[in-house]
Design a protein around this ligand. Structure first.
Ligand SMILES: *[C@@H]1O[C@H](CO)[C@@H](O)[C@H](O)[C@H]1NC(C)=O
Ligand SMILES: *[C@@H]1O[C@H](CO)[C@@H](O)[C@H](O)[C@H]1NC(C)=O
Length: 211
């Protein structure tokens, strides 16, 4: 009987928590796209200037306590779904992350299937995306934003840089971000950096009241 009650109650609790999740969000995808467009225009083709301009305006818009400074040592690699790129965490909490991600070399892979919505704003270069069933790719250029709804999958190719926002159950996404270390790269130093920087931000955000 107790077990039955448990089986009934847990899904209800999870359902309620899930419905409350958006209340914890601070980022607005449309605003991120506007800020990205302003920075693209201001940078005039210089990637370094673009990242600095965008980070500064994000820190002004959302507050310095929620957005990290750009620090060259805080960049690391991400291998996931067969794709590889460099990234830096601007914000990571239990319900949202905001990162700069990409590579000038070009990469291609599986998006993963996540318990989170994913908004990808192209800053430089181009992203191509294939949804199964389509026969032509969707193409995104600087200033364009695409949305991969929670639970969807896609094949993507990125040559350039993007601002990526994820909103949902962020800890559930981390497994996808870690697994290639064990099946492929064995880059334990990079894995340690990923875990350390993510945990540091998530705990730091909890301490300032951001779930
Ligand atoms: C981009 O801007 C930075 C900082 O102003 C400068 O050091 C660098 O040389 C520029 N890069 C190019 C390719 O112009
Ligand atoms: C691919 O499929 C999605 C979802 O059905 C649709 O929104 C999009 O317009 C399609 N793109 C192309 C290039 O056919």
């Amino acid at each position: 009987m107790r077990f039955l009650t448990f089986l009934l109650v847990v899904p209800v609790i999870l359902y309620c928590l899930d419905a409350l999740l958006p209340r914890a969000y601070i980022f607005d995808p449309a605003r991120l796209q506007e800020l990205s467009k302003e920075s693209i225009a201001a940078a005039n083709g210089n990637t370094t200037v673009l990242f600095e301009h965008l980070t500064d305006s994000l820190r002004k818009e959302y507050g310095e306590k929620h957005i990290n400074k750009l620090d060259k040592d805080a960049w690391f690699f991400n291998n996931a779904g067969g794709a590889m790129g460099a990234m830096i965490i601007l914000h990571a909490s239990l319900t949202e992350y905001l990162i700069l991600f990409g590579t000038p070399l070009g990469t291609e892979g599986h998006s993963g299937v996540h318990l989170a919505h994913d908004y990808f704003t192209i800053l430089e270069g181009q992203q191509k995306r294939l949804i199964a069933g389509n026969h032509t790719a969707d193409i995104y250029n600087p200033g364009d934003q695409n949305w991969l709804p929670r639970g969807w999958n896609s094949q993507y190719q990125l040559e350039g840089w993007a601002l990526e926002l994820a909103q949902g159950w962020i800890p559930s996404m981390l497994v996808f971000g870690f697994l290639d270390t064990f099946s492929s790269t064995l880059d334990i130093g990079n894995l340690w950096k990923t875990i350390w920087l993510t945990a540091k931000d998530m705990i730091g955000q909890l301490l300032v009241g951001k779930i």
